[in-house]
Design a protein around this ligand. Structure first.
Ligand code: MG
Length: 387
């Protein structure tokens, strides 16, 4: 029985993780559940799983939560104390499914406490990858990726030695606009319709801009300690091949499954064990098409900007991430056009400059500065663009 904390339990990853836990009774004890703002669902989860602790970031839902939990079994803690919860001696695994930079503190706290982190919060790794790797190495923590591409690479890497790896090939569905001529007139409602994956709004917009793939290039560079020029992106609309590793002898190992996030979540929770599942299976008696296309890099500047961020290193990946978070927010609020997301990220990187990212403090400062600059640039576009 492993003791588990789920950060972001009411989101898409959190709900899928609880489904995996339901399907494997007796394997996990839920120590803590946290959510951003869905108080009703968090309360329902607390009544079902009786975690020792719950926390809610958005204070407006606190009274709903406080009234509906069982105080004899579950204690309501402050959102500021979530890092303490992650490092509690009773906890074995922290599943971090927080959206955005907000997840970094908890990832760091868990790794410093030597925990296994099942990481869906890719922004932690993007903003602070080298630092988190050092924390894990120093304190015996471990990062197991939940991101489907990185889970795939993690599994493919078992086929050879690290010194035998030639390239990592990240697959991308291409999102809803891969074949679109230009990005004029795209509404948030259109961009929120993803062709193959059903996910939260931030990552769905990131998938439409391929900023998600940019974040994943950086995430892969840090998770697997490989130079970004040996990480490639290929468009694969069926989302069946989740990523590939090419070895120096010319063999390419791929990981395939139907697109269902419960599979990489299950893999991370049970790693190094593989568990029998009855969720999804291929039927090879029917035609199965797997298509691959080169990414249209000129249209999706997100990829080049991500390579630039890894090349510049230091705070640049954190700046890239912060600018994107602000740009996505402005787009979802109908303040800027879709195509401005690329401009905001690029211009923020230009204006922010370079710097070291050796401490959490430096990374938090870079995040604040870049968010501020990106917010200003978004406001400039809001004023000049009429749409
Ligand atoms: Mg992914």
């Amino acid at each position: 029985m492993k003791n588990l904390v789920i950060l972001g339990s009411t989101g898409s990853i959190g709900r899928n993780a609880l489904d995996i836990i339901d399907r494997n009774p007796g394997r996990f004890r839920i120590i803590g559940l946290t959510a951003n703002r869905n108080a009703e669902l968090l309360a329902a989860q607390a009544r079902k799983y009786n975690p020792s602790y719950v926390a809610l970031c958005d204070r407006t839902g606190l009274s709903i939560l406080a009234e509906s939990i069982n105080p004899a079994k579950t204690k309501l803690i402050d959102a500021e104390d979530v890092s303490k919860l992650c490092s509690d001696s009773s906890v074995d695994i922290v599943l971090n499914a927080v959206v955005g930079f907000a997840g970094l503190k908890a990832t760091a706290a868990a790794l410093i406490a030597g925990k296994k982190v099942a990481l869906a919060n890719k922004e932690s790794m993007v903003a602070a990858g080298p630092l988190l790797n050092r924390m894990a190495a120093t304190h015996g923590g471990e990062i197991i990726p939940i991101d489907s591409e990185h889970s795939a690479i993690f599994q493919c890497l078992a086929s050879g030695k690290r010194t035998e790896v030639a390239r990592l090939i990240l697959t991308s569905s291409g999102g809803p606009f891969f074949r679109r001529e230009n990005f004029d007139g795209i509404t948030p409602e259109e961009a929120l319709k993803h062709p193959t994956w059903n996910m939260g709004p931030k990552i769905t917009i990131d998938s439409a801009t391929l900023m998600n793939k940019g974040l994943e290039i950086i995430e892969a560079a840090y998770l697997f300690d490989i130079p970004a020029d040996r990480i490639e992106v290929v468009i694969h609309p069926q989302s069946v091949v989740h990523s590939m590793v090419e070895f120096i002898d010319g063999s390419t190992i791929a990981q395939l499954s139907k697109p269902d996030m419960r599979l990489p979540i299950q893999y991370a929770l049970f790693y190094p064990e593989r568990i029998k599942q009855d969720l999804v299976q291929f039927d090879f008696s029917k035609e199965l098409r797997l298509d691959f296309y080169p990414p249209p890099k000129d249209k999706f500047r997100s990829l080049e900007l991500a390579y630039r961020a890894v090349r510049e290193a230091g705070i640049s990946p954190a700046v890239f991430n912060a600018a994107n978070e602000q740009a996505v927010k402005a787009f979802l609020d109908h303040k800027i056009q879709f195509k401005r997301i690329f401009d905001i990220v690029e211009e923020t990187m230009n204006r922010c400059g370079l710097g070291d990212a050796d401490t959490l403090e430096q990374i938090f400062t870079a995040n604040s500065k870049a968010s501020h600059i990106a917010g200003n640039i978004a406001a400039e576009f809001e004023n000049t663009d009429k749409f």
